[in-house]
Design a protein around this ligand. Structure first.
Ligand SMILES: [Zn+2]
Length: 290
């Protein structure tokens, strides 16, 4: 769950409402995050295959396909269709990766796994919750946050790389939003130049998260602190994330369609996002007396 507006200046006021709507709408038609969205090419071998806000990325290698995130259950079904629309065979997905275990990024993994038999790679903490279909999250409790479980095939450590067909992706365990939240980095050619792509997990502090005293999970605040230091040091030319709203996906897509081939190359936007997101975290920490 991303609480789309978190960390985006000017949009913070609507966050609580967006949260309520998102929770109320879970499992029902009309969730603004999982409306179908036409897939498109971001760079050489890199495609957007997610929904209107719950993102999913396809990497096409000479040895098969990689998918990062499955969205919610509705998105997962769309991801499979979007891969076909782009002319690729979803049965050839070999590796499934994930940013975090919340339903809006992990519920769709089951269908992609089912059509492909792909191996799921996940961090220890988030992988355990995906294996339990969302049960065991310290904050999002209840049936509406649960989903079809997928048992990870490989447990990822911080800094571990995943390779397939000439591609190498690096997992950065950036806890806080969830304990095993994973940010991905990898090189990709966009508009004729090799750039560093970053798929941000989430740095949102959900309304109700406890950062001080009895933290939502023990060590949460220290994890956020460590993660902000990590994020600010990572290369980020092609800024991507678990929610489209984190990196203005729909606006950039329009620019891309209008002929701006490097619309998703946005190191300044990445930096500004982390500055705003860290300020939101620090303001909340202060509010809670930390
Ligand atoms: Zn989340």
């Amino acid at each position: 769950m991303g609480f789309k507006s978190f960390g985006i200046p000017g949009a913070v006021a609507i966050t609580a409402a967006a949260f309520a709507f998102s929770v109320a709408a879970f499992g029902a038609a009309g969730d603004p995050g999982d409306q179908p969205y036409a897939p498109f090419k971001i760079g050489e071998g890199l495609y957007y295959v997610g929904s209107s806000d719950y993102t999913s990325y396809l990497i096409v290698t000479k040895a098969g396909l990689i998918v990062i995130d499955g969205g919610d259950a509705a998105t997962g079904h769309q991801v499979v269709g979007n891969i076909r629309t782009l002319g690729f065979d979803p049965a050839k997905v070999k590796i499934l990766l994930n940013t975090h275990q919340h339903y809006d990024h992990a519920a769709g993994l089951a269908e992609i796994k089912q059509v492909s038999g792909a191996r799921l790679y996940a961090s220890a903490a988030d992988g355990a919750i995906i294996a339990a279909g969302g049960r065991g999250d310290p904050f999002l409790k209840g049936e509406r946050f649960e989903y079809a479980p997928v048992k990870p095939d490989v447990t990822l450590k911080d800094g571990q790389t995943v390779t397939l067909g000439g591609w190498t992706l690096t997992a950065h365990v950036t806890g806080g939003h969830t304990k095993g939240c994973t940010t991905w980095t990898f090189p990709v050619t966009v508009a004729g130049k090799v750039r560093q792509a970053l798929v941000h997990c989430s740095s949102s502090v959900l309304p109700g998260y406890k950062l001080v005293g009895a933290e939502t999970y023990p060590g949460m605040t220290a994890d956020y602190e460590k993660s902000f230091a990590t994020w600010k040091a990572l290369p980020c030319d092609v800024f991507l994330a678990s929610h489209g709203q984190f990196f203005n996906m729909q606006t950039k897509r329009k620019l891309l369609d209008a002929g701006k081939a490097d619309a998703f190359v946005d190191p300044a936007g990445c930096k500004a996002f982390y500055t705003a997101s860290e300020a939101a975290f620090r303001a909340e920490l202060k509010k809670q007396g930390g």
